[in-house]
Design a binder for this molecule. Structure first.
Ligand code: NAP
Length: 294
């Protein structure tokens, strides 16, 4: 089958260009340049890369960005004090605390401390709750990026059977909520996880598979129905001695054997990843415009 590759990189570039044009118009009219702050704790390679890419995306969108760094031994109190300062800083429209945090810090406590009106990651319970009942809010970046891709490629989701692999708070659960809701995916949704009994059979029946488990090449050809849409969220670093970095990013889908069966499929890298950052930019623009909250 002739499959269509979903180009997240090109889609994200086009959307960031639109955002940059809007920011230019806002600033030209005397409005405020949106400002995103990012808090980075420690020196985890993945987190360093994500934050670096977020700062670059801010530049591309014409946003102001601030990076606040802490060493891995920062105390919870110090981090909470930083969150409090950002909550009160009138120049900062939105901010993120890059996860994961070191074990001695209670992640949930930090998420709860962020002012939901500046929570551009969409992790605060107020945003999660508003999303669940279909109210305007910051939607977490990866699920929003996937929805945007599905819309951009005019992929029919209404009434389709969508299987989501993974039930994390940042991908699987919000994705399931969005795919289920009438105004977004309008699909029939099944969520699978590490205790699911017949995951292969569930996948075989799916019109849309969204894989977010972090298990390289888990989804194989025998699990995919011909004509299915496959969205690969997985980004696991696997050793690759041929690369200068010593690793490459591997998705949850065995691309070479699955792609020929699909109608649409995302690559890794260049699929969901760039859209995640692009969605954070969308949320920051909305924060700057006070679109959801005054
Ligand atoms: P996570 O918090 O580790 O959650 C993984 C989920 O997958 C859990 O619900 C787990 O089940 C389930 N799972 C693990 N092994 C499984 C198996 N063998 N069969 C079925 N289910 C299994 O991961 P996450 O934060 O959601 O991230 C998932 C992947 O997406 C990772 O590779 C991550 O790097 C990537 N990611 C990419 C982006 C992007 O922008 N591209 C953004 C976020 C995440 P239990 O709940 O039962 O443990």
């Amino acid at each position: 089958m002739e499959y269509q590759l979903i180009d997240g990189k090109a889609t994200a570039t086009a959307i960031k260009q639109e955002i940059a044009e809007e920011v230019e118009a806002i600033v030209a009219a005397g409005g405020k340049q949106p400002h995103l702050a990012a808090v980075l704790v420690g020196h985890d390679g993945g987190s360093e890369t994500y934050v670096k890419n977020k700062v670059i995306a801010c530049e591309q969108c014409g946003f102001k960005s601030t990076l606040i760094r802490f060493e891995a031994d920062v105390t919870e109190e110090e981090l909470l004090a930083c969150v409090d300062k950002l909550n009160k800083d009138e120049d900062v429209d939105g901010f993120i605390v890059q996860l994961p945090l070191p074990k001695h810090i209670d992640e949930q406590k930090i998420i709860m401390a962020v002012d939901y009106r500046k929570d551009v990651d969409g992790f605060h319970p107020i945003n999660v709750g508003r999303m669940a009942i279909g109210l305007p809010c910051f939607i977490s970046a990866t699920p929003l990026g996937i929805l945007t891709l599905l819309q951009h490629y005019h992929i029919e989701t209404s009434g389709k059977k969508c299987v989501i692999l993974g039930r994390s708070n940042i991908v699987g659960k919000p994705m399931a909520q969005l795919m289920m809701q009438k105004q977004y995916g309008d699909s029939t949704v099944t969520v699978c996880h590490s205790r699911s009994k017949d995951l292969k059979k569930e996948c075989q029946e799916a019109d849309i598979i969204i894989a977010a488990i972090g298990r390289p090449e888990f989804v194989t050809a025998d699990m995919v129905k011909p004509g299915a849409v496959v969205i690969d969220v997985g980004t696991t670093r696997v050793e690759d001695k041929t690369r200068k970095s010593g690793f490459r990013l591997c998705g949850d889908v065995k691309f070479d054997e699955v792609a020929p069966l699909c109608s649409f499929i995302t690559p890794v890298p260049g699929g969901v990843g760039p859209m995640t950052i692009c969605s954070l930019m969308k949320n920051t623009l909305a924060a700057g415009k006070k679109e959801y909250y005054k």
